[in-house]
Design a protein around this ligand. Structure first.
Ligand SMILES: Cc1cc2nc3c(=O)[nH]c(=O)nc-3n(C[C@H](O)[C@H](O)[C@H](O)COP(=O)(O)OP(=O)(O)OC[C@H]3O[C@@H](n4cnc5c(N)ncnc54)[C@H](O)[C@@H]3O)c2cc1C
Length: 421
């Protein structure tokens, strides 16, 4: 009997990978240190989208981040840390924010993303409760000039891969695109067909599909290292004993860093912390909403509205800073109207305030590749703001790599060794 392929991490990326590996007929096991979908795959905004394929290191973003120094209400908040790894990461992030690198990154993600909705259809047809709906996404702005600039950039980057409107709707008509928008919104446009899932329910649906496919899931089990022989991983060391494997896929989000370190190939991951909470609004948004100037979002999830935002680079921790929750709520008020008067009222109004660390590599792209120096170890992490959207396509392409031993062309931009240059 051959040993199973073991996937480390039961977030959306690991679960999708395990799903496609099992679908390909391989014997698969999943190791998850807590519960399935309990990491950053839990409280996110659930967008499944083509029109937000942008890597975070974009032209101008460093200037924007520097202006945020000491301002915890800024959408992008940088707290300088006396840590050489953090400084090195920032330096590489800055080097990646040139127009040319940004364009290349955007095109690579957009290309990878091309089959995303087809894969979601396939999951649904196979009986996975993805919870996907496609209400479309309204991009809302306080200034028409900002909206036009945003649409122009998207149009150039989309390069015909998905439909965009010809122009923005301005003035009083802008807010008619979604009933929840306030009169403060002076320009908006709708990207039709963009989707949203309930991320907790999606992870649960994938977990059920894995169980039905006979995949063994080890919850509350932490991978702590590996047994190696001649460039091959032969077993996973966990806090509850060893699990033999024929191959391993490291999809442990932020904690992939430690596991890759144990294989001698650490990756420079930093947490891009984001916040969310749920609130009942009347009227509630029907679409997913992007609040342009304030870089916050709202999603209709599970019969309520989830509001989220911020990108906080303040080290690899999951500390919830209430000031950032208030900052997201205040940002949303510009677009949704005065749904609360006093920030002190928020405690009673909102549910499930949540913080999660998006796994970020300094060039903003994920790594989906074989681990250097190992014939049977693979990694899928660093999905940043797009892990839910890119989960299925990551798992699908990586399965192709594991099964054939050849890297699919669409994974070329997501190689491990690009980060060593
Ligand atoms: C506020 C916010 C909003 C977002 N909105 C969106 C959105 O709308 N659309 C979108 O596409 N993305 C969004 N994201 C990003 C998205 O949430 C992430 O990119 C994605 O969830 C990453 O998934 P993952 O599986 O890599 O990581 P995780 O979900 O963190 O999964 C990793 C798993 O590995 C487990 N693990 C770690 N170490 C070990 C170990 N040693 N042994 C065993 N198990 C281990 C963890 O417990 C965890 O469950 C958002 C993020 C935030 C913070």
């Amino acid at each position: 009997m051959t040993a199973p392929v073991v996937v480390l991490g039961g977030g959306v990326v690991g679960l999708c990978t395990a799903y496609y590996l099992a679908e390909a007929g391989l014997d698969v096991e999943v190791v998850e240190r807590r519960g399935l979908g309990s990491g950053v795959s839990r409280g996110n905004a659930g967008w499944i989208c083509l029109s937000h394929s942008t890597p975070v290191p974009a032209p101008g973003v460093v200037r924007y981040a520097l202006r945020s120094l000491g301002r915890p209400d800024s959408p992008l908040y940088l707290r300088p840390l006396p840590d050489p790894a953090f400084v090195r990461w920032l330096w590489r992030f800055w080097r990646s924010s040139t127009p040319a690198v940004f364009r290349r990154g955007y095109a690579a993600i957009a290309e990878l993303n091309r089959t995303t909705f087809d894969l979601f259809d396939g999951l649904r047809e196979a009986g996975v409760d993805t919870t996907l709906t496609r209400p479309g996404m309204v991009h809302a702005f306080l200034s028409p000039a900002e909206a036009r600039h945003h649409l122009a950039v998207q149009r150039e980057m989309a390069d015909g891969r998905y439909p965009l409107p010809d122009d923005v709707t301005t003035g009083a008509e802008a807010r008619l695109l979604d009933d929840a928008l306030s009169p403060g919104v002076r320009a908006a446009y709708l990207v039709e067909g963009e989707g949203v899932v309930d991320p907790e329910a999606f992870a649960h649906g994938l977990g059920q599909a894995l169980a039905a496919a006979g995949v063994k899931v080890h919850e509350n089990t932490e991978a702590v290292g590996f047994r190696n022989a001649g460039g091959q991983v032969t077993a996973i060391r966990t806090d509850l004993g060893e699990i033999p494997c024929s191959s391993v896929v490291i999809a442990a989000g932020m904690r992939s860093m430690r596991l890759l370190g144990a294989l001698g190939h650490p990756l420079p991951l930093q947490a891009g912390k984001g916040y969310s909470f749920s609130v009942d609004l009347d009227p509630a948004p029907r679409h997913t909403l992007y609040f342009g100037e304030r870089r916050a979002v709202a999603s209709p999830i599970g019969g309520t509205t989830r509001i989220g935002g911020t990108m906080e680079l303040s080290g690899n921790n999951n500390r919830l800073d209430w000031r950032r929750v208030v900052a997201v709520a205040l940002a949303s008020r510009h677009y949704l109207g005065r749904w609360f008067d006093d920030p002190d009222d928020l405690v009673g109004l909102i549910r499930d305030p949540w913080v999660g660390g998006r796994p970020f590599l300094p060039d903003g792209l994920p790594v989906i590749d074989r681990v250097p120096g190992h014939t049977n170890a693979y990694v899928a992490t660093g999905h940043g703001m797009l892990g839910v959207t890119l989960g299925p396509v990551t798992g699908h392409r990586l399965t192709e790599y594991v099964v054939t031993g050849r890297r699919p062309a669409t994974l070329e931009p997501f190689r491990f060794d690009r980060l060593r240059r």
